[in-house]
Design a protein around this ligand. Structure first.
Ligand code: ZN
Ligand code: ZN
Length: 235
């Protein structure tokens, strides 16, 4: 349904009146995530892999050095621990969709750490349709939509789709099992990509296996280059 902006704005104001937003970090009312809690997000600092941003003392981590990646660079707003982990779990499993906006806002700063590319297209890591039906939304897509709106970049959620396979959980430790779960799981639409650079969005980057498979599909369909931005990154 395509309601006029004034009606949507009115509905939003009314909803805010009836259900005031509470900060997911500290519980204070007024915002889904208050500025004080944004300042508490765990910083991903220390020396990191120049490609996948994993902590390492070398220019590249062991995986990037040995196998290479289909994406050029991945960066994240923060480290996947403490408050960041709680926020992602609430966005994913507690239907707290309002959190996507402040989380995407935090991701805008991480974009500055990626190489600049002309004419970027924003895409999201797709979810299996059965999962999406259960949750009602794909959190990566919601983050991507906010990020696109905030940066003025084009966003196409049909550019990349999932054709098979499971989703590795953020804490699954087995690298080989994670890679096998997502192998050949994605297809990209070359007509929608038009040879542009792609900015791939997800909530958390763990081993990078999912991002690698998405990037492989995007590049096979003609994407010039694929960079990845996530809200959080496991250390
Ligand atoms: Zn707070
Ligand atoms: Zn790496």
């Amino acid at each position: 349904m395509n309601l006029p902006a004034v009606v949507r704005r009115g509905a939003r104001l009314l909803l805010d009146e009836v259900f005031p937003l509470r900060c997911a970090g500290c519980g204070r009312s007024g915002a889904a995530l208050c500025p004080a809690c944004v300042a508490l997000l765990p910083v991903a600092d220390g020396p990191r892999c120049q490609v996948c941003w994993a902590p390492t003392q070398h220019e590249l981590c062991a995986i990037c050095a040995a196998d290479g990646r289909a994406f050029a660079a991945a960066r994240a707003a923060c480290s996947y621990s403490g408050l960041a982990e709680r926020l992602v779990l609430r966005l994913k499993f507690a239907s707290e969709r309002a959190l996507a906006e402040p989380l995407a806002e935090a991701m805008v700063a991480a974009l500055g750490a990626l190489p600049p590319r002309p004419d970027r297209l924003v895409a999201a890591v797709p979810m299996r349709s059965v999962r999406r039906r259960v949750r009602g939304y794909n959190q990566a897509e919601v983050l991507a939509a906010h990020l696109a709106r905030r940066t003025g970049l084009a966003h196409d959620w049909r550019a990349l789709r999932r054709v098979r396979g499971g989703t590795p959980s953020a804490r699954a430790p087995n690298l080989v099992a994670r890679a096998a779960l997502v192998r050949d799981a994605f297809r990209a639409d070359g007509r929608r990509l038009g040879g542009r650079s792609v900015l791939l969005v997800d909530d958390v980057l763990t081993t990078g296996a999912t991002a690698h498979e998405c990037a492989r599909a995007l590049r096979a369909a003609g994407a010039a280059v694929v960079d990845v931005v996530t809200f959080a990154r496991t250390d």
